[in-house]
Design a protein around this ligand. Structure first.
Ligand SMILES: [Zn+2]
Length: 276
């Protein structure tokens, strides 16, 4: 069996020959430099055997263990997809129908109220946007210190199952919604419909007016920006706030450009159409 020189040398494992520091007379003489190792002149059975690679025992110990975990809150299937609806009222109505159709007792198949459907929708929004906070507050634990809601001192409303803004005014009598508004994420599709509904209900008001109206019930994170972004894309808001454009006037006629001429002469020339 003959192998090319490179394969042969690689297979035998010949060590590199040191040439540095040797004179030409030393290199010209017989030696490994000119004739190669003596193994090359022997048959293949005298060549050294390639060491067999024994499989390492317990190879799993040499590999890093990666643990991937995905935590998700299972959404409520009865809540319709908000992206399929164009208004908040349609979405609430669809939620009412979905819960009415999902009633297990056919004799008690009554639609839930409008407010209950809204609460279900808001609960679904929070479960989707603040799943970690919902789980922590439900278990009566503080939210994570990396949470976006930490500065709001969020608290769990057991009656509605919603996260509300905390505070120190719990002993005040007015309704809970105004003092402890419901926390919402502006990126959720249902919250966008809620902003759109407010905008149309108040006949496309200014950003501050719309923000104040929403703040009576909801605390939308970066809500002012969300309302401004919606109104920038709202065609009605654009029409109401458009500035009238003054048309560009034509050049003055030559009669009005003649100076030092009596006004009556100019008037007569304009009325009679005279030019001179
Ligand atoms: Zn608008």
């Amino acid at each position: 069996m003959t192998l090319p020189i490179r394969q042969t040398v690689h297979r035998i494992g010949v060590a590199p020959i040191r040439l540095l520091g040797k004179s030409l007379l030393e290199l010209a003489g017989p030696g490994r430099w000119s004739q190669g190792p003596p193994l090359l002149k022997q048959s293949a059975e005298y060549w050294p055997k390639k060491p067999e690679q024994t499989p390492t025992v317990g190879s799993s110990e040499l590999k890093g263990i990666t643990f991937c975990c995905f935590t998700a809150v299972e959404p409520n299937n009865n809540i319709p997809d908000a992206t399929q609806y164009s208004s908040w009222k349609e979405l609430v109505e669809a939620t009412r129908r979905a819960y009415g159709a999902a009633a297990t007792d056919p004799t008690h198949n009554q639609l839930i109220s409008h407010r209950d459907a809204e609460v279900l929708l808001l609960r679904g929004c929070q479960a989707h946007s603040f799943s970690g906070e919902v789980a922590a507050l439900k278990a009566q634990k503080p939210v994570s210190k990396h949470s976006h809601l930490l500065s709001l001192a969020p608290e769990w409303d057991a009656a509605t199952g919603l996260i509300r803004v905390g505070g120190r005014l719990r002993r005040l009598n007015p309704s809970v919604g105004e003092i402890h508004p419901i926390v919402l994420d502006p990126r959720h599709s249902a919250v966008k419909l809620l902003i759109k509904d407010m905008d149309e209900r108040l006949l496309h008001p200014g950003t501050e007016r719309g923000y104040a109206e929403l703040r009576r019930q909801y605390w939308i994170l970066r809500g002012r920006q969300a309302i401004r972004h919606h109104q920038l894309n709202c065609s009605t808001c654009q029409r109401w706030r458009a500035q009238p454009k003054v048309p560009q006037m034509a050049d003055l006629p030559p009669q009005r450009l003649r100076f030092f001429v009596h006004p009556s002469t100019q008037l007569a020339s304009i009325v009679l159409g005279l030019t001179w």
